[in-house]
Structures are given as structure tokens and as C-alpha cells.
Ligand binder design. Structure first.
Ligand code: HEC
Length: 155
């Protein structure tokens, strides 16, 4: 029994460095004054419009840099990072002038963003991005998206 325990401890310790890149670690950020959203994920980003937006940018930046930057680039400001440049995600929507069409485009984009963040990107058994469900609150996830979009404006 003792050997078994030691064996699994050894495995757990030695396996860690290999898997470290793929593990989602919760950022040490409080959602603070952002309106709380509860456990059920919304279909669309509730913080994009004022008055929550400025607060969401600040909180989202902190959470992004702790949780996402190591793969997607610091401050979402580089296309030289190993993972896709997230500023490009809403590019198509930003180009739409018609307000109703633009809103529909953003709703689709929000659904894709939330689904991808929650499920991660696991392709043919390889974890390209870990799932964030249960690690990242939806408050922080939506705040991160608002931050990313603030970096994308004008691009
Ligand atoms: C361990 C590295 C890693 C971390 C950490 C990471 N990602 Fe990713 N992410 C990836 C990779 C790699 C892809 C591209 C996967 C693919 O499509 O093959 C990706 C794809 C995405 C996509 C889809 C992009 C597109 O163009 O379709 C979104 C959205 C995304 N990540 C958001 C995030 C957010 C938000 C965080 C932080 C909470 C995060 N990621 C943290 C590696 C990571």
C-alpha cells in the first residue's frame, strides 16, 4: 500500500512539468464592483456597454495577463504569440455599420468566445487550450473579452 502511495505521488510530481502548460490556473483577481452574474452563463457579454465597461477593461486586463497572456501574448498586443491573436475575433463585427446586424454578429461572437473559453480547445485528444469551466468565473471571462476588444479597437 505504502509503495502504491509513494508510486502515485512520484507519478503526480513527475507528470506535472509536462502538463503545466495545459493546466488552467485561476487568476488571482476579484471581480470587485462588476455586477455579479451568478452561475448560469449568459448568452451575451453584459459588460460591453457603459457603465460597467471601464471597470471591466481594468479587471479583464489583470485577469487576461494572469490567465491568457502566456499563450495569447501580453496585453493582447502581439501577433507573435504561440496562440491566435484574440484581437481578431470581433474584427468582422466591428466592420458592420447596421446596428441590428452588428448586434447579431456580436451575439454570435460572444457565444463562440464563452463556449471556447469554457470548453478549451482539445483537438484529437491534444489540449491546445485547457478548459476554463469551473476555473474562471463568467464575470472574469466577460471582463477579459471586453479588455481584448478594447485592445482591438481601430484595428
Ligand atoms: C496553454 C495555452 C493557452 C492558454 C493559457 C489560453 N489559451 Fe486560448 N488558445 C490557445 C490555443 C493554442 C488556441 C488555438 C487552438 C486551435 O484552434 O487549434 C486558443 C484559442 C482560443 C480562442 C479561439 C480563437 C479563435 O481564433 O478561434 C479563444 C477565444 C481563446 N483561446 C481564449 C482564451 C482566453 C480568454 C484565455 C485566458 C482565460 C486563454 N485563451 C488561455 C492556447 C491557450
Amino acid at each position: 500500500m505504502r509503495h502504491l502511495l509513494l508510486g502515485s505521488l512520484f507519478l503526480a510530481l513527475t507528470a506535472q512539468p509536462l502538463a503545466a502548460q495545459e493546466v488552467a490556473v485561476a487568476p488571482d483577481v476579484q471581480a470587485g464592483s462588476l455586477p455579479p452574474l451568478g452561475a448560469v452563463w449568459l448568452a451575451a457579454n453584459p459588460y460591453r456597454h457603459q457603465p460597467a465597461a471601464a471597470e471591466a477593461v481594468a479587471i479583464g486586463r489583470d485577469a487576461y495577463n494572469q490567465a491568457c497572456a502566456r499563450c495569447h501574448g501580453v496585453d493582447a498586443s502581439t501577433n507573435a504569440a504561440p496562440a491566435p491573436d484574440l484581437r481578431k475575433l470581433d474584427r468582422g463585427c466591428r466592420r458592420i455599420a447596421d446596428p441590428a446586424l452588428k448586434a447579431r454578429c456580436q451575439a454570435d461572437n460572444d457565444a463562440y468566445f464563452a463556449r471556447t473559453v469554457r470548453q478549451g480547445k482539445v483537438i484529437l485528444g491534444v489540449t491546445h487550450m485547457p478548459p476554463w469551466q469551473g476555473v474562471l468565473s463568467q464575470e472574469l471571462a466577460w471582463a477579459i473579452q471586453v479588455f481584448i476588444e478594447s485592445r482591438a479597437a481601430g484595428r
